[in-house]
Design a protein around this ligand. Sequence first.
Ligand SMILES: Cc1ncc(COP(=O)(O)O)c(C=O)c1O
Length: 392
Amino acid sequence: MSQFIKENNYLDHAATTYVRQEVLEKMLPFFAEKFGNPSSLYDIAQESKNAIEESREICAEILNCSPSEIYFTSGGTESNNMAIKGLLSSNSVDYRVISSSIEHHAVIHPIEQLSKRGVEVVFIDVNKNGLINLESFRKKINKSTKLVSFMYVNNEIGVVQDLRLISKIVKEFQQENDCDIIFHSDAVQAPGKLSLDTEILGVDLMSISGHKIYAPKGIGLLYIRNGIEVHPLISGGGQENQMRSGTENVPYIVAFAEALRLSDIERHENERKMKKLSDLLISTLNDRITDYKLNSSRDNCVPGIINLSFPGYEGESIIIGLNFKGIYVSSGSACSSASLEPSHVLSSMGLTKEESLSSIRVSLGKYNNENHIYDFVNALEAVLSQLASYKK
Ligand SMILES: Cc1ncc(COP(=O)(O)O)c(C=O)c1O
């Protein structure tokens, strides 16, 4: 564990995680010793190639798919772009894409780009808990629908969508209407928390990223079900079975597979721990800070992502106040945290602009413990009372 993690209270694991020791150890030899280009023919190159293929097999096992369906990318953003834009070149623009109003920008923005090129785009609304309105989805799915993209776990509030049910709706529609619809899911926040079994989930495309599960930033994968035609975004030397050219980042691929493997082994234990800590967080908040709103519904969200609003306070000020005390949390998603616009996720759930701007997100991780929760609530109480004193 790094010195920083030992000495600070890092509660922003949905933004990113540090690289865990086992993962670091696994990747290190591939920087200076086993550095061969996997496309070359001599033995150190073959070592790199074998490491990539072993990593692909590890990932495939966890996703319950064939290794030939795993494509390594630079992370969630690239995988989402590949899934969404990669379909455009294989189809005319005369089709519909359906997604939800609470997707990450790495899904919303590529879809908006398709919309500018003439594709019809429909964003389905969510209820007050962040669950996609499936009745509205059923009404919007039609024969010209080519792509449905719904995220698995939301990064701001942790709400989990029922992918099995959604894929059932898609499949039934396809069968009744004899059409082809591709179901993609941005599952970047799901590893280590939920099953990634692509057969059970019924997804055709699925995006995953390494830096949410203690692997480095800049590595991830796109699962592409065999038979689905996705056009590459990057062409060149033809790596990743022509789908993603460029010399492979072997150390990161090895690290990612190890992190995914460990996160899958530890999934149930992790879930129990997150539940215990989030229950403690909420009960301590209830005892100590009464005027707050819990935006992550306990029944529909993963326990480790907890979104809270503090009416009358600015989320940004709370975050900075906590930062001074060595406590790290965020507002909404890290990508939008530099702006003072209300989160599109919280707005879609019906929160007012004020409620949204007063929100913070706490996301728990592997090394958090009960002391971190108590320290967080103590610090929060102090920050809120300090901010209240400025108002007087
Ligand atoms: C749900 C979701 N999708 C996509 C991304 C982007 O992934 P990456 O940072 O690996 O590009 C993130 C990162 O925060 C995310 O939370």
